[in-house]
Design a protein around this ligand. Structure first.
Ligand code: PEP
Length: 245
């Protein structure tokens, strides 16, 4: 069976709503290979204009976070119902910046994954170890704990993104061998939990994926896409990554 890819841009806290439509229109002009599904995750304020701009496009929309309740007195938060209403398909959960800067725990991340699925959003669960954890030989234990805690009672309608924290925004990409080793480990965890679908769940690599290293990473057996930060803000680089499969 031909391998399918999922490439998602994480715009983080960049671009105003008016800047975002120009950017998305530029991205939409490029030809994307048929075996690649392309998505972008802009800031919340940009979801509405981008949802309109993407109306007749095959590019799918993602959000970068959500709160784990339908609605309520949660000042400053965004609900899965609000995302659903804007045709959002994916939601990034547990990005390392959420874990480290905003102190999101594995327990909160588990709740968010669960509630995302309750609202038919596909969670993109981010996992990954810090440099200190890798140097201490704990990378697999950390990733296993992040996955097993988040996936308790969860269905297979999800995506995993392996993002070693030491590679995010640093320009220091994991080698294809290091990335594949962890992706293979994650694949086995998924197959244990989902004997029927574990083989086909997307496992994305994230961490300084760029046009010059994407092809080799995406060629690895268990890497079926990318979560792309800074390169996704440069349309020609983002598309070069998608075209490198
Ligand atoms: C990310 O933020 O998910 C990411 C992978 O960022 P970058 O590509 O800039 O390392």
């Amino acid at each position: 069976m031909e391998k399918k890819y999922l490439i998602i841009g994480n715009w983080k806290m960049y671009k105003t709503p008016s800047q975002s439509t120009d950017l998305v229109n530029e991205i939409a002009q490029f030809k994307c290979p048929d075996k690649v599904k392309l998505g972008i995750s802009p800031p919340f304020t940009n979801l509405c204009p981008i949802s309109k701009a993407l109306k007749n496009s095959s590019i799918v929309l993602g959000a970068q976070n959500m709160y784990c309740a339908k609605e309520g007195a949660f000042t400053g938060e965004i609900s899965p119902q609000m995302l659903q209403d804007l045709n959002v398909h994916y939601v990034i959960i547990g990005h390392s910046e959420r874990r480290s800067i905003f102190k999101e725990s594995n327990a909160l991340i588990h709740q968010k994954v669960k509630v995302a699925q309750d609202f038919q959003l596909i969670p993109i669960l981010c996992v990954g170890e810090t440099l200190e954890e890798r140097q201490a030989g704990q990378e697999k234990a950390i990733v296993e704990e992040q996955i097993s805690s988040a996936l308790e009672g969860i269905s297979s309608a999800l995506v995993i993104a392996y993002e070693p924290v030491w590679a995010i925004g640093t320009g220091q990409t994991a080698t294809p061998e290091i990335a594949q080793e962890m992706h293979g480990f994650i694949r086995n965890l998924l197959k244990e939990q989902f004997p029927k679908d574990g083989e086909s769940i997307h496992i994305l690599y994230g961490g300084s994926m760029k046009p010059n290293n994407a092809a080799e990473l995406l060629r690895q057996a268990d890497i079926s896409g990318g979560l792309i930060g800074s390169a996704s803000l440069v349309p020609k680089d983002f598309m070069a990554i998608a075209q490198s499969v």
